[in-house]
Design a protein. Structure first.
Lengths: 194, 194
């Protein structure tokens, strides 16, 4: 089995940056936006749809009522496509995969180091400002809380587990407290041990 | 403010051993069973009662119905006593405190590094066998799950938060995956950074 680092993370918590640092430190490929593009190519879904629906759920009800009884919703189709891509990537080589329930998808298919990254609101708001200048400052808290809620609902719907529960991960770190570099160092050291 | 490491942990996950290793590495006092004795001295409750009720709840209903309207239950009295002792210890010096919701109690009273330790069932069963040879092997899983449930209920009742949610802790580690020595090294390195 290949050795895969999965990085689950709160939106704007530094998880993506930590994955990139890890990729450099360990010389491993990192599948993040690259993964998004691969998915887009295979599925026919456009990038924007995947970005919005690929790991966020607007709530269980909308998923249940968005389609008829036996038919798969677009989000479920996308889940299957993502699932297959993640399995293929992990079967091919040691790598880092960010988000998309890779910790759950690969639980019996790779030798995983599952990490979860979170941060305090102040840290996340600074990142959000840089990433999405169109969002109004007074909406930052609401925006981030909505993202958390949608990501948690998505994870729960597709995995049956609780997003962010420490017991699902081999290590979780507060990137607001420690900084991205230190977090990457710790995960790299743990991966080194194997 | 003093710098305090709080170690929350699953029963038999190695949290206590990690706290002792940390205590040696960092030359800090560690309050665990010592803390229990201090509580016992002050409160008049006996050791056995504190061990069973000091961080376990048999369920919210039993707490609600165990006493009349305005009066405090014994468990609530014990909470207040533990709360005061933990605040005094943290006010006196840098230290390590294991369990008893110290992460929550000290959230505005000390400069805390909050860690959570968990482990897989196999690891915990080995510890349980060594610690409590009177428990029957076929009851191990049930015994540990009951402990988890009671600790989670206690934490939730007194703090209003979710026990084991990664977002409450600066670092969480799977001691079954990494071993106690490695976990202590990581927490010591993070404490060193400050």
């Amino acid at each position: 089995m290949n050795r895969v680092i999965t990085i689950s993370r709160q939106y704007c918590s530094g998880g993506g940056a930590i994955a990139k640092l890890l990729s450099e430190k360990l010389s491993l490929p990192c599948y993040d936006s690259v993964l998004l593009e691969k998915i887009a190519e295979k599925s026919g879904f456009d990038h924007e749809y995947i970005r919005e629906e690929g790991e966020y759920s607007r709530g269980i009800l909308s998923m249940i009522f968005s389609h008829g009884g036996g038919e798969l919703s677009n989000q479920e189709k996308l889940w299957i496509i993502q699932h297959n891509i993640i399995c293929k990537l992990a079967a091919k080589e040691d790598c880092i995969i960010v988000g998309r329930c890779a910790d759950y998808i690969l639980r019996e298919k790779a030798d995983c180091l599952n990490a979860f990254i979170h941060a305090d609101m102040e840290f996340r708001k600074e990142k959000l400002q840089a990433r999405s200048p169109e969002v109004k400052k007074e909406k930052f808290t609401q925006f981030l809380k909505k993202k958390d809620k949608a990501r948690a609902a998505y994870y729960s719907y597709f995995t049956g587990m609780t997003w962010g529960d420490a017991r699902h991960y081999h290590v979780t770190l507060d990137a607001g407290k420690w900084g991205e570099e230190k977090c990457a160092e710790i995960i790299a050291a743990l991966y080194g041990k194997g």
